[in-house]
Design a protein around this ligand. Structure first.
Ligand code: ZN
Length: 246
């Protein structure tokens, strides 16, 4: 176990850090944690609304769930943790962020080097013709209809978020592996490291001789390998770290 002050000292000694973030990073912004029993999946069957098979079978049904969800994500604000990571990147203490989150909160907080291994709501793709659409025109369409369609062929667009049954975007995953392999220090925040292949990323750092630190409320399979574990919320912890390193 450790404190935010211990973590700040570790980053000063062993950084810059690559930061790997999960759902716990965004819960303080009011974004529900997909995996917790009180989260989003307690209310719906994920395979009915967030699997690629469900999308191919009935995209309109998927969009009846996704449309309000996207509006909810955009109504959320970056929290103190997101703001702190952006400041730590500007001061050279953070090399980049690898995130499982699709909510764009890191980018909105000012982080520049963000690798989104589960995709994001910034882009939408057409499975029929390969076309792409950005968020703003999709939001404009959602004011008029339940599901946005491809400008080129009229098919219903798919959110650029990795659905159950889909592979992770290979470019993002390769970049994440490279960042983690080259990281002198990997800082895991708000992820219990249960979801593969992202759960394998700390091995890239550790097997290359890098150090690891964890900020998470729950245990992870890597706790025995962490130089420091802070069992506290990501917002207050990262804000204290950024304050100590400012
Ligand atoms: Zn199309």
């Amino acid at each position: 176990m450790g404190t935010a002050a211990d973590l700040a000292a570790l980053i000063r000694d062993r950084g810059p850090a690559v930061v790997l973030t999960g759902a716990g990073m965004s819960t303080e912004s009011g974004v529900p944690d997909f995996r917790s029993s009180s989260g989003l999946w307690a209310e719906v069957d994920p395979f009915e609304v967030a699997s690629i098979d469900a999308f191919r079978r009935d995209p309109l049904r998927v969009w009846r769930w996704y449309g309000p969800r996207i509006a909810g994500l955009l109504a959320a604000e970056p929290n103190a943790g997101h703001v702190a990571l952006a400041a730590l990147e500007r001061s050279g203490h953070v090399r980049g962020v690898v995130t499982q989150n699709i909510d764009l909160l890191h980018t909105r907080a000012g982080s520049v080097d963000v690798t989104e291994v589960h995709g994001s709501i910034a882009r939408f793709t057409c499975l029929a013709c390969g076309g792409e659409e950005a968020l703003a025109p999709v939001l404009a369409q959602l004011e008029l209809r339940e599901a946005p369609v491809c400008a080129a062929c009229g098919s219903i667009l798919k959110p650029g978020v990795v659905m159950f049954g889909e592979l992770l975007p290979p470019d993002a995953m390769l970049r994440a592996e490279l960042l983690c392999r080259e990281a002198p220090l990997l800082l895991v925040v708000g992820s219990s490291l249960q979801v593969w292949p992202v759960a394998g990323l700390p091995n890239e750092t550790l097997s290359a001789g890098g150090a690891m630190a964890i900020v998470n409320l729950d245990e992870t399979p890597y706790d025995a390998h962490a130089a420091i574990i802070v069992r506290d919320g990501s917002g207050p912890t990262l804000a204290a770290v950024a304050g100590a390193l400012a």
